[in-house]
Design a protein around this ligand. Structure first.
Ligand code: UD1
Length: 417
């Protein structure tokens, strides 16, 4: 398993280009099934998750080719409707093939994803939503067996605005007979991106930027040629990198409009942030100011930036608090940050982060994508050598992260094996 050796501290300076968003690309890849034709996605990041979703789709009979940030998907010959455990367990978003397979082919067999590093992460809302649309669902030996002769519209009220459930219900409703309304829908930009691609293909969707999405089913939708939005979490991670290293980074090819909560919070910490078209410049303050952070559903502060923000606040001028509302257990990075000298106390879903003068390099282990990036950020600011073990998580979600960091002046090396 690969690891990173980081020698710090470094002050990151220069500019970086942001890649396409993983969480926008994955539902779009699955949506190709709905079209039954040849789709093209632009601005696709070269990630482990791109490979995993490609492998999953190939297993269904989709022809997938990746070429220089373009992904060609030919879904005209689906031969199987099964998503196997060995792939689903490595990437929960595999569940996104469930709705398109039922809606287009009337049957799907998808492994249950199981838990993840920070908790159980249920999919009950996906299944309830699909059942409301008329799908028959059974759990058989760890697999979801779903079938439907024809899906019909329904009014579905989500108890929480789940991104995944909104994606699956939206994709099923597009080909269902009649009108579907999703109340308390997720409003993440990745959902809007998916809805825009489907609309370009002939789907009838309204209100995708609001928490009430209305879908009028159509008989079929055309293949799409669509551009994936920039990754707001990758952009936020580089913004945090500028702040934690005392540097200044120009973050290009991103969408600042998707990043208000992140920009506001880093500004509260004293960062000087200037926006320009498709980008922003983030300059660190002389001393990071403490802050209060609460994660939530979009447009609130994203849980996917919580770990990176925690690394930043570890070096602040006083005590900060972080309340994790989306995944109350998502604190696997805390003990590892402690190994670098952080002073953090956890009480349920609340973390109190007492600022320390500096991090000291040490070996640490990454447990998920964002925890990995938080540890890399801390390693960049730490004095001496930090070894981040198990970085395969980072390769799932960040495109060429070490190359981008080296170009900004970081001393980071990948050790294979
Ligand atoms: C997506 C993102 C992930 C991000 C998360 C929250 C992708 C591929 N992943 O994950 O990076 O951290 O949104 O922004 O886009 N819930 C239920 N029942 C369900 C589904 C969810 O109770 O059926 C709960 C979850 O436990 C959690 C909350 O809803 O508390 C939000 O989860 P959800 O938005 O579904 O996350 P994912 O779509 O899995």
């Amino acid at each position: 398993m690969d690891s990173f050796i980081i020698r710090g501290p470094s002050k990151l300076e220069g500019s970086v280009n942001i890649s396409g968003a993983k969480n926008a690309m994955l539902p779009l890849m699955a949506a190709a099934i709905l079209t039954g034709g040849k789709c093209v996605l632009e601005n696709v990041p070269d990630l482990k998750d791109t490979e995993t979703m490609s492998e999953l789709l190939r297993g269904l009979g989709v022809d997938v080719e990746f070429n220089n940030s373009r992904l060609f998907l030919d879904a005209s010959k689906i031969e199987s409707e099964e998503a196997p455990y060995n792939l689903v367990r490595t990437m929960r978003a595999s569940i996104y093939v469930l709705a398109p397979l039922i809606a287009k082919y009337g049957h799907a067999r998808v492994s249950l994803p199981g838990g993840c590093a920070w908790g159980p992460r249920p999919i009950d809302l996906h299944l309830k939503g699909l059942m409301a649309l008329g799908a028959k669902i059974e759990i058989d030996h760890g697999y979801i067996e779903a079938s439907a002769k024809e899906l019909h519209g329904a009014e579905i009220i989500l108890s929480v605005p789940s991104v995944g459930a909104t994606v699956n219900i939206l994709m099923a409703a597009v080909l269902a007979r009649g009108i579907t309304i999703i109340e308390n829908a997720a409003r993440e930009p990745e959902i809007v991106n998916l809805a825009e691609a489907l609309k370009q293909s002939g789907a009838k969707i309204d209100g995708e930027e609001s928490s009430r999405i209305q879908i009028e089913g159509v008989r079929e939708i055309e293949p799409f040629n669509f551009r994936v939005i920039p990754d707001r979490i990758e952009a936020g991670t580089f913004a945090a990198a500028a702040v934690i290293t005392g540097g200044k980074i120009e973050i290009r090819e991103c969408e600042p409009d998707h990043m208000h909560s992140i920009i506001n919070k880093l500004s509260e910490c004293g960062a000087n942030i200037k926006l320009f078209k498709n980008g922003l410049t983030v300059e660190a303050p002389a001393k990071i100011r403490h802050a209060e952070v609460e994660t939530g559903y979009y447009p609130a502060f994203p849980t996917d930036m919580q770990a990176q923000m925690m690394s930043v606040l570890c070096l602040a001028d006083g005590a900060s608090s972080i309340i994790e509302h989306v995944y109350p257990d998502r604190f696997t990075h805390v003990a590892e940050l402690g190994r670098l000298g952080a002073d953090i106390n956890i009480d349920g879903s609340v973390a109190i982060v007492n600022g320390v003068e500096r991090f000291e390099g040490a070996p640490v282990m990454a447990t998920d994508i964002r925890a990995s990036s938080a540890l890399i950020l801390a390693g960049l600011a730490a004095h001496g050598e930090t070894k981040v073990l198990r970085i395969y998580h980072i390769d799932r979600g960040y495109e060429r992260i070490e190359e981008k960091l080296v170009a900004l002046g970081a001393d980071i090396t990948r050790i294979s094996g």
